[in-house]
Write a protein that binds this ligand. Sequence first.
Ligand code: NCD
Length: 290
Amino acid sequence: MRHLLDTSDLSVAQIDRIFNDAAYYLRNPKTKLLRDKLILTLFFENSTRTRSSFEVAAKRLGAEMVHLDVAKSSTKKGETLKDTARNLAIMGPDAIIVRHKHSGTPELLANMIDTPILNAGDGAHAHPTQALLDFFTITRHFPNPAGKKIAIVGDIKNSRVAGSNIRLLTRMGLEVILVAPPHFLPSTTLQSAYTLHEVIDEVDIIMSLRTQTERHDSPIYGSLKDYAADYCITKELIGERDIILLHPGPVHRNVDIDDAMMEDSRCKVLEQVKNGVAVRMAVLQHTVIG
Ligand code: NCD
């Protein structure tokens, strides 16, 4: 794999190899496989988890990391993206990790320079390492995930996490059900529902999403409380069902998931974060040394 712009850049066999290596890194988190390698990050958009997860992953592999401070970078001074990219590439990094608010920016960069580009989230389009770590987490609980049913709940239309997951999980044979109010539902041929009540007895997995208020032109709900009344995943709603609950973070407590469900052992949010480091270690290894 040269670049990772979305999960479609990976064959099923490559995903298998990444997951085998990620499982190994969960047990053996420190190696020096990427000693002497240099990874650059270029985050034009905020990130808490993803940037630190990539950084921990790179450091566990022994690589060096340099973060370009975009707020102070030359792009702010009028340099074009192409020139910024060429200036960074000539410094000889082994990979560049990019996040940008516009869909397609990582692909643009991949077409401009030879350095491998890893997409850490572009607009509402794709977030491949998040989808990989979500699917990896699913396989830890369901070793044969094909045929399992997953409800993706919330602001699906504006979520790059949902986009990448829908493409990956349907390819891997899971049945994806989209649960959202009409204005958060993309046009789709997948099964969809307006409320979780309609499908709760069918599903094995629920993936809750954050309402992407920064991508709405105008406020869609009067308040997040109104949204929560219909879409918050509560302990009451889940009852005793044998379901695992995922969320990419950051979680809006009591809007996306209530406090009681956050503490429930069926909620895998922290496990996702832990798995995320291992999956990103494997992705970096496959990108940098094949
Ligand atoms: C997501 C993102 O930035 O796309 N967060 C993440 O990477 N873990 C989801 C979100 O911001 O809601």
